[in-house]
Write a protein that binds this ligand. Structure first.
Ligand code: NAD
Ligand code: 6OD
Length: 488
């Protein structure tokens, strides 16, 4: 695949499609055009849905779970064999540092196929022996059938990781998929088409259509009656729009949405480890992980010391060449997103926040001046009802506020329409666990952040999502349970 032209992948073949429309894919480190992407229209989405449905009637539909698992291992091996190509493509699309992409994005792209291959290999049926009060006897067994054709709508922040996190379980369970990658990061999903073909995945099982949301491939796909279920990762407001489309035909949804994640730092924490961990939680991926912490609450006795220590971490981040292993902060995804984040920076300053560090655009030499770089930023002193505390910013920034009691910290953490993730930092494990059980989120980390075991349930509470995925939990969404009752 040439990096200059990104094509749709339908029924096992790459195609420009019929719209004649292309859009530019830019590298946010310098805003240079890296490729032209061929936009799919209604005809391409129709063709992808047709191919995906037809593939269910072919060898894929009758393949045993063991054989599917073997195939998914080949896909994972195919990603690993072309690791550097995936790495370069992901970095060109996102500008993220190689230190991050080579440790998280690409390895997880492969691991997401192996974990769900293992799950499907080892998963059995449910079985019950039944005796009714009237003395009738029966056996009940339940089998899991694929749901059918699944639309996978993806964001730009961890493109390969989040896409394969859905495609892995969908295929393991015997479904077919149509992926709509983010318009900002179209490349690795397309490259995966080559890996699928090389691995021997039948045509039509994995399809990719490119474009935007409203009036484009995203909307055409989620409105399509031939799609049986929709799995989506992205903003909460986009989730609302997709849910309306899913309502027509009563299609199931699995949503991983936005967050405004709190982090709780207790005075009895291991201070240095906490500052390290919180620095990652706030600034990793330039603050563009749904799990990043944007609200930090620190117990008063260590508040000033913590603020100074996190400031030092922010000021120690190194921006620049993403392929330099020492680079620790990339740019934001686009100029448009930077304008949004800068709006929050300006508002905090105008509303009287203490800007502990950052607040603007760094001066970087050469063509990096055209990129969407931004300073990591810390505020204190804002009221809890300020937009910077209520709304997801999705940038390398946080507000830090002191607290006096555990009860107050938990109430502050819970005062949000979001409920995705939190991290709690304390050496008193009983205290940390008491807090963990009261915080209204799907994922709590104690003395760590974004430490993942792919068998665990992942997802958000409140407006941060619907459903849980991970390990066997993914089977709930990607399969239909069919119960058979046999009278003896
Ligand atoms: P987004 O919602 O703007 O876009 C996500 C995808 O949806 C893109 O592919 C886009 O083209 C498509 N889309 C947009 N409007 C659509 C519509 N009306 N119909 C169908 N498709 C449509 O999100 P983003 O800016 O790409 O990603 C950032 C957001 O994603 C943040 O809010 C972040 O918190 C969230 N996110 C959540 C998780 C999680 O696990 N909870 C993970 C990653 C990102
Ligand atoms: O680790 C995962 O499985 C996952 N879904 C991470 C989400 C990160 C959000 O940006």
């Amino acid at each position: 695949m040439s990096n200059a032209d990104v094509l749709n992948f339908i029924d096992g073949a790459f195609t420009e499609g019929t719209t004649g429309k292309t859009f530019e894919n830019r590298n946010p480190i310098n805003n240079a055009v890296v490729s032209r992407v061929h936009e799919a229209g209604q005809a391409e989405v129709d063709a992808a849905v047709r191919a995906a449905r037809k593939a269910m009637d072919g060898p894929w539909g009758s393949m045993s779970p063991q054989d599917r698992a073997d195939l998914l291992y080949k896909v994972a091996d195919g990603i690993n064999a072309r690791f550097d190509e995936f790495l370069k493509a992901e970095i060109a699309d996102t500008g993220k540092p190689v230190s991050l992409a080579s440790h998280i994005d690409i390895p997880r792209g492969a691991a997401n196929f192996k974990i769900f291959a293992d799950v499907i290999r080892s998963h059995g049926s449910e079985f019950f022996e039944t005796v009714t009060p009237a003395g009738e006897e029966a056996i009940n067994y339940a089998v899991r059938a694929p749901k059918g054709t699944i639309a996978v709508i993806c964001p730009w922040n961890l493109p390969l990781l989040l896409m394969t996190w859905k495609v892995g379980p969908a295929l393991a369970c015997g479904n077919t998929v149509i992926v709509k990658p983010s318009e900002e990061t179209p490349t690795t999903a397309t490259l995966l088409g080559e890996v699928m073909n090389d691995a021997g995945v039948p045509p039509g099982v994995y399809n990719v259509v490119h474009g935007f949301g409203p009036g484009s491939a995203g909307e055409f796909l989620t409105q399509h009656p031939g799609v049986d279920a929709i799995t989506f990762t992205g903003e909460t407001t986009t989730g609302e729009a997709i849910m309306k489309n899913a309502a027509v035909g009563i299609r199931d949804v699995s949503f991983e949405l936005g967050g405004k994640n709190p982090g709780l730092v207790f005075a009895d924490c291991d201070f240095d480890a906490t500052v390290d961990g919180m620095s990652r939680a706030v600034f990793a991926n330039c603050g563009q992980v749904c799990l990043n912490t944007e609200r930090v609450y620190v117990e008063r006795p260590i508040f000033d010391r913590f603020v100074e220590a996190l400031k030092a971490k922010a000021e120690g981040l190194k921006r620049g060449d993403p392929f330099d292993k020492a680079t620790s902060q990339g740019p934001l995804i686009s100029q448009e997103h930077r304008d949004k984040v800068l709006g929050y920076y300006k508002r905090a300053a105008a509303d009287g926040a203490r800007v502990v560090t950052g607040g603007g655009i760094p001066s970087l030499g050469g063509d990096y001046g055209e990129g969407s770089w931004i300073e990591p930023t810390i505020w204190t002193g804002l009221d809890e009802d300020h937009p910077n505390i209520r709304e997801e910013i999705f940038g390398p920034c946080c507000h830090i506020r002191p607290f006096d009691t555990d009860q107050e910290a938990i109430a502050l953490a819970n005062d949000s329409r979001y409920g995705l993730a939190t991290s709690i930092w304390s050496q008193d494990i009983t205290r940390a666990n008491r807090a963990a059980r009261k915080i209204e989120v799907g994922i709590t980390w104690v003395n760590c952040w974004f430490l993942r075991d792919l068998r665990t349930a992942f997802g958000g509470a409140k407006q941060s999502g619907i459903g849980r995925e991970g390990g066997v939990h993914s089977l709930e969404f990607y399969t239909e349970m069919r119960n058979v009752c046999v009278k003896l």
